[in-house]
Structures are given as structure tokens and as C-alpha cells.
Design a protein around this ligand. Sequence first.
Ligand code: ADP
Length: 220
Amino acid sequence: MIQIENLHFAYPGSNGALLNVANLRVAPGEKVMLRGPSGSGKSTLLNLMAGILKPQSGRVCVCGEELVPMSESAARDFRANRIGFIFQDFALLEYLTVADNILLPYRINQSLTLNTDVHARAQRLLNDLSIAHKSAAFPTRLSFGERQRVAIARAMIASPQLILADEPTANLDKANALKTIELIVSSAAHNKAGLVVVSHDESLDTYFDRVVDMAQYKHA
Ligand code: ADP
């Protein structure tokens, strides 16, 4: 699912590499947590896995595609078709209804085609995540938990093979953090998708097959 080899990454203008990843593999359907303190490069590594950032050297192969040589537009299409992103702040558009927020990837990516199958899948996700009754509501009228479910549904709508979640529990209390992780893990499993979640919270480890410690990728 993910193979990263001999990767070196530095932000322009910084002195020295931020990340040195000799070898990182994630198997299909595997649930992995990326853990490390703030500033250890967790978000950066997630962006490298999504082809949003490119390393100075090394290989990044995700869902059978080599990301480093890809053009920007090919990488955008790749993300639209293969990857579901869950952002910490959910990134919902306030002027779109719940249903339209979930379908947003189909409105902004020309490589995705909105058809009756997709509408049926949206309806199924609305039901599975218990937000069907809010389908015509705008995000400002939703509870926090409902907004989160919309974000998860949107990440799942294109049936991605890989879900990437950047600190999805950072702003939550313990009970809500556990609920959120349970929801993300079960949604990914239901869709047979691989899952990489960034967190600094050790109490969430049990939900994952493996914890990857960012310390090993630090520049010596
Ligand atoms: P984490 O997700 O573990 O908190 P990040 O990947 O966000 O870490 O950031 C790692 C380091 O890279 C930090 O020191 C941060 O300031 C720096 N960094 C992040 N984004 C940029 C950027 N666009 N340009 C330069 N430096 C950045």
C-alpha cells in the first residue's frame, strides 16, 4: 500500500533534512499510527504520502503508483481517486449543505464522475454515520460530532484505498477522541482501506496494528 525508501526531505531554506526515512511500509488495509512530538514531521510525512510534497531524494510508492516523478495534475488526480484526507479542523464549507460537502470531491476533481452510484454511496454513508437527517442542513447548524461525521463521510465518498488523518483528535476531550478514532478505524475497515493517523496521544495506540515512532526519522 505504501512503500517509502531512502527518503530525504527538507523544507527550502532550512538547514539539514527534516526527515530521513530509510524504509517505511504500510500493508494493504493496515492501520498505522504515526506518533511523535509536535514538530517531528508527522504532517510533513503525511503530505509526502499524499504526493502534496516531494522529497529531495528517495522513492514514495502509494497504491502501486510512484509519486515522486508524477506531475502536479497527475498527483491531484491520484489523490482524488485513491486517498481520503481527514483534516483536524474538518475543513467543511459553510455555504454548502451536508450532502454537498460530502459530494465536494466530485465537484472539484474532474477525474471523478458524479453519477447515481455516487449519490447512492453518499446516502449509505449518511446512514452509516447517523447523519442522514442532517443531509440538507448547513455545517453551522451541526453539533461538533456531526461535523466530524460529515468530514469522515467526505473522506470516504470516493472509496479511497488509503485514508490519511492529521491529528483528528487534537482538539477533543478524551471521550470524544476515543469515539472519533473508533469511527475512523471502523469506517476504514468497512471500506477495506489502509489507514494512517497522525497523533501524539499514546492512549489511542490500541486501535492500530502498529505505531510508527517519528524519532527514528529524525536527522542525526
Ligand atoms: P508535526 O506534524 O510533527 O508537528 P510538521 O511536519 O508540521 O510537524 O513540521 C515539522 C517541522 O517543519 C516544524 O519545525 C515546522 O516548523 C517545519 N515546517 C512545517 N511546514 C513548513 C513549511 N511549509 N516551510 C518550512 N518549514 C515548515
